[in-house]
Every structure is written in C-alpha cells, then in structure tokens.
Design a protein around this ligand. Structure first.
Ligand code: ATP
Ligand code: MG
Length: 403
C-alpha cells in the first residue's frame, strides 16, 4: 500500500492570477513530483462548498469549471496514481462525519478560529450593509440642505424637511427589515461549525498521512489527529493518524509564501474579493484588457528599477509575475531589469507575458475534454467508494452499528 497524499481542489469562481500561481500550480506540482511513490487523492469538497451561503443554481457548473481550471493548468487526468473525486459522491464522508461528531467536544470545536472569523465576517457584512444604506442618503440630504438659502419661504423649508424625514423613514424601515431577518444577521450555519469534523472524515476515510495544507488549516488538521487518537484509544487501531502539521510542512511546503500583490495597491495582496477590477487579473480576463491593467499598474516615483518589496512593491511585483510566467528564475529577471529607468518597458514585457499566458490558458481551458474528465471522476469515485466503505465499516463495527 502506498502512502496517501490528500488535498482538496477548492471550487471558486473568478480565480485571479494570484490564486493560479499561489494556489493551483502548487497542487499540480504535488502530482508531478509525488505521483510515482504515493497515491494522490484530490477531491472536490462539494459538501464544504455551502457551509457559507452560495448561489446553489451555479454549484454544478462551478464544480466542473473548477476541475477544468486545474486540468488546463496541467493536472494530469491520465495518471493512475491520482484519484479525482467529488466528496458528495462518496456517502461515507457524511456517514463518518456523524459518527465522529459524537466523539468531538463542543468545547474543542468552539476554539476553531476559522469558524470564529467567518461568523464574525457575517456580522461585519450586515454592519456594512447598514452603513451603506445610511450613506446612500447622505448626499441627497446634503444636496437638499445646500439648496436652502435665506430667501426660502417657510412652505419650501417645510417641504425640504419632509423630504429628509421621508428619506430617513424609508431607510429606517429597510434597516429594521435587515436586522429582523435572523438568518441575515447571524447566518453562520451549524455546517460551518461542523466543517472540521467533515474534514476529519475526508482525511481518515482514506488513511491519508500527508495533507499539504496552508496555515489556515493547521488547526483543523490538529483536531483531526485529536479525534482519531481519541477514537483509536477507545476502540483500537481503526484510523491511520495523519502526520503532525510540523512534519507536513517539512514534507510538502505547499504555501511557499508567494503573494502576488494588487495592481492598484501593491502594499496589499491581489485578492479575488477586491471590488476594483483593475486591482486583479482574472483567469477569465480578455488578454487585451489584462494588458491594459498591467500597463496602468501602480508603481512608484523612484525612477529606477530595483527588486525591493519594501520600497518598490509595485515594480517588484511586476518582476515577480514576469519571472513566474516566463519561466525564468527571478535572478535572470533581475539581471535584465534592475538598474533600468524605463518602467514602461518593463510593463510592456510583463503585459505581454500576462496576455500570452491568458490566451494560452483560455485556449487550454476551452479545449478540456469534458467526457474524459467525467470518466476520470466516475472511475475515481468507484475506487474511492470501496476504500472509504472499508474504513467506515471498521468505525461502524467499533461503535456497535454493525456486527
Ligand atoms: P479572498 O479575497 O476571497 O480571500 P483570495 O484571492 O485571497 O480570495 P483564497 O480563496 O483566500 O483567495 O485563496 C485561494 C488560494 O490562492 C490559496 O491557496 C491562497 O494561498 C492562494 N492565494 C490567494 N491570493 C494569492 C496571491 N495574491 N498570491 C499568491 N497566492 C494567493
Ligand atoms: Mg484570501
């Protein structure tokens, strides 16, 4: 039996160049590097995907599109040691989650910071909605105020005051509606709370030892180990205990700390949730449009190209993108550009690399063989169902559900 490396292929619409370079390529790299000696489980966490609200009518499409992105990025569907499967197609994930739930403390789960963060951000979302509603009237009120001069008649003044009152009453009603809807106010679901236990099932079902996760998942990996150890202590060796996070990081450091910066504010990282389209390159961007975005990227007024994240993050970001997309190591790029004074020339080189990359990527994306993808999924799901069922049965027998 080969050791199992397990990783999720997260579904996300609107992926950025940052997600591609820092999130997707490292996964492809894992397959390329380890698929000879290891069994590689790559699963689409579709059950996880609505722990926070989504548009359910788009879920099917986004699952397939997401897999197409990975395939276009180089995921090899022909590799026999790689299994690509949808979590919900293997019922054991849900079944084992329930069993594990009954051996997990509310106390230990309440310490999970991702749950705390995500439920907090829901609260903040509502706060922002309220502020937006109030703000939307500010200009109208200010304009009304400014339209009053000393020659106004009482009648006209009254009219202005009435309009202002109406504006506020209308917003007041809307805000009360917003706050009254409890699901709106605190829509952190039990599913979100329970997320780490489902993740424990994802891992334990396949006896996976290696789970290359980012820092945000360390806590969830540790709780998986805790749950598994507790279960084994009580019932005997049912589960394979995954390696500690410290060992995981030594084995596969998936997050090498690469952070592509925002094009409009290079002190911050490029994020898909940034509302300003000029701040990010999306994988779906028209190459011509992307070219323009790079040309108008924020740089600095120093006037000389240096590789310096501190003082020239914009320029340094552009050199980093150039290096990653043109397959040159950063030293080569530095040798060509550091010391030069024409920012425009560097921008043109980067813009061309980005536009060429998008053209190539989009061509590959559109050419992904959907039938082949579907066949790979079905094949993997069949094989994984078998393994998952075996583990589930051991757990069911342990707790007395099966003879
Ligand atoms: P959001 O703004 O919603 O947080 P995001 O763009 O930060 O979106 P995530 O979903 O948080 O994306 O992260 C997905 C993956 O992409 C992770 O592996 C993360 O490390 C990687 N990633 C995100 N942003 C960047 C970036 N700017 N540079 C490199 N990698 C990134
Ligand atoms: Mg993020």
């Amino acid at each position: 039996m080969k050791d199992v490396i397990l990783t999720g292929l997260r579904a996300n619409d609107e992926l950025t160049l940052g997600n591609y370079l820092g999130g997707i390529l490292p996964i492809i790299e894992i397959q390329r590097k380890y698929s000879q000696q290891y069994q590689i489980n790559m699963f689409v966490p579709d059950l996880h995907s609505f722990t926070t609200p989504i548009d359910h009518s788009k879920l099917q499409d986004s699952i397939i599109n997401n897999l197409k992105v990975y395939t276009a990025a180089g995921l090899n569907l022909d590799d026999d040691n790689t299994f690509i499967y949808r979590q919900s197609y293997i019922p054991a994930h849900s079944e084992l989650t329930w069993i594990l739930d009954c051996f997990t403390g509310v106390g230990e789960m309440s310490r999970m910071t991702q749950f705390k963060d995500k439920s907090k951000s829901n609260f903040e979302k509502i706060q922002n909605e309220v502020i937006k509603k109030i703000d939307s009237n500010k200009t109208k009120v200010r304009n009304l105020n400014e339209s009053i001069d000393e020659n106004y008649s009482i009648k006209q003044l009254k009219k202005v005051f009435n309009t202002i009152s109406e504006l506020y009453i209308e917003k007041y009603d809307e805000i009360i509606e917003l706050l009254k809807d409890r699901s709106n106010f605190n829509n952190a679901s039990v599913g979100l709370f329970n997320y780490p236990v489902l993740m424990a099932a994802d891992i334990l079902l396949y006896n996976a030892k290696w789970i290359p996760v980012g820092e945000d998942q360390f806590q969830h990996l540790e709780i998986t180990r805790d749950i598994a150890e507790r279960f084994n202590k009580k019932f005997g060796p049912i589960f394979t205990i995954p390696k500690k996070t410290s060992e995981q990081v030594k084995f596969i450091n998936r997050d090498k700390g690469l952070r592509i910066r925002s094009l409009t504010n290079p002190d911050k990282k490029m994020s898909k949730s940034n509302q300003n389209p000029k701040s990010k390159i999306l994988l779906t961007d028209d190459p011509k449009q992307a070219y323009k975005k790079i040309m108008s990227a924020t740089t600095d007024s120093i006037g000389q190209i240096n590789y310096d994240w501190q003082n020239q993050p914009g320029i340094t970001n552009l050199m980093t993108i150039l290096s990653l997309l043109s397959n040159q190591d950063i030293e080569q790029v530095k040798q060509t550009w550091v010391g030069q004074t024409q920012y425009g020339e560097l921008k043109k080189a980067v813009a061309k690399a980005v536009a060429d990359f998008l053209t190539d990527f989009q061509t590959k994306y559109n050419a992904v063989d959907k039938a082949k993808l579907q066949a790979k999924l079905e094949q993997s799901e069949q094989a994984m169902n078998k393994i998952a069922k075996e583990t589930l049965l051991r757990a069911q027998q342990a707790v007395g559900l099966r003879p």
